[in-house]
Design a protein around this ligand. Structure first.
Ligand SMILES: N[C@@H](CCC(=O)N[C@@H](CS)C(=O)NCC(=O)O)C(=O)O
Length: 214
């Protein structure tokens, strides 16, 4: 049985749990990281020398890095569906995974860490404003892209929707002034109808407020 180590309120763990839920695979979830610890245990470091979550084990195969896990799971268990088989079609999904890793995810994480996880007394308004402006600009770009299609890689839900989709629940739940993003909002509404998104991404995160360390 597939095993996944990570805490449910971790954005990177949620990508993996959501993908497993979409594919409908049975898996064992083991709480790790944050208040659950384990990352400094020798046996965990042997699996994941980066000492972060998520880590996935499928038989003897151990995988870490959330986007690598996402690509593995979808290629292995959802080829032709979440993992487009045609390389050109797949590039359309891959792009938004990489874009989230290099652009949206880092901007939004800065906003989330400085604007939510940092205690109010230590927050730096200028950093929050910059991260918010960058996040909004990137979501506006995505909004334009989604004007003519239901999902990031076209008319079908794919692996490409998962990393950016994981940012949206927090973005829309945080107390923020948001620009008009009608196509992103429509996409988010479609995601919230998916049982696996509701179960694994729409997870309360108020225990992270004002809390940099566990
Ligand atoms: N690039 C890595 C980043 C993993 C990462 O930063 N994980 C965080 C949680 S989101 C972590 O393990 N933090 C330590 C902890 O939770 O104790 C990935 O995508 O898997």
């Amino acid at each position: 049985m597939i095993q996944v180590w990570g805490r449910r309120n971790s954005f990177n763990v949620q990508k993996v749990m959501w993908a497993l839920g979409e594919i409908g695979l049975d898996f064992d979830h083991i709480d790790a990281g944050g208040p659950f610890g384990l990352l400094d245990e020798d046996w965990y470091q042997e699996m994941n020398p980066n000492r972060l979550v998520p880590t996935l084990k499928d038989g003897e195969l151990v995988i870490w890095e959330s986007h690598t896990i996402l690509r593995y799971l979808t290629a292995q268990y959802s080829a032709g569906s979440l993992w487009p088989e045609d390389p050109g079609a797949r590039s359309q999904a891959d792009r938004w995974i990489d874009w989230t890793g290099s652009s949206l995810g880092s901007a939004f994480m800065q906003l989330f860490w400085m604007g939510y996880r940092t205690p109010v007394a230590d927050q730096k308004p200028q950093i929050i404003a910059q991260a918010k402006a960058r996040t909004d600009a990137l979501l506006s770009l995505l909004n334009d892209h989604l004007a003519g299609q239901a999902y990031v890689a076209g008319d079908q839900f794919t692996m490409g929707d998962i990393p950016a989709g994981c940012c949206l629940y927090r973005y829309f739940e945080m107390d923020l002034e948001r620009p008009s993003l009608p196509h992103v909002e429509a996409w988010y509404a479609r995601l919230t109808e998916r049982p696996a998104y509701r179960e694994h991404v729409m997870v309360p995160f108020d225990d992270l407020k004002g809390r940099l360390a566990f």
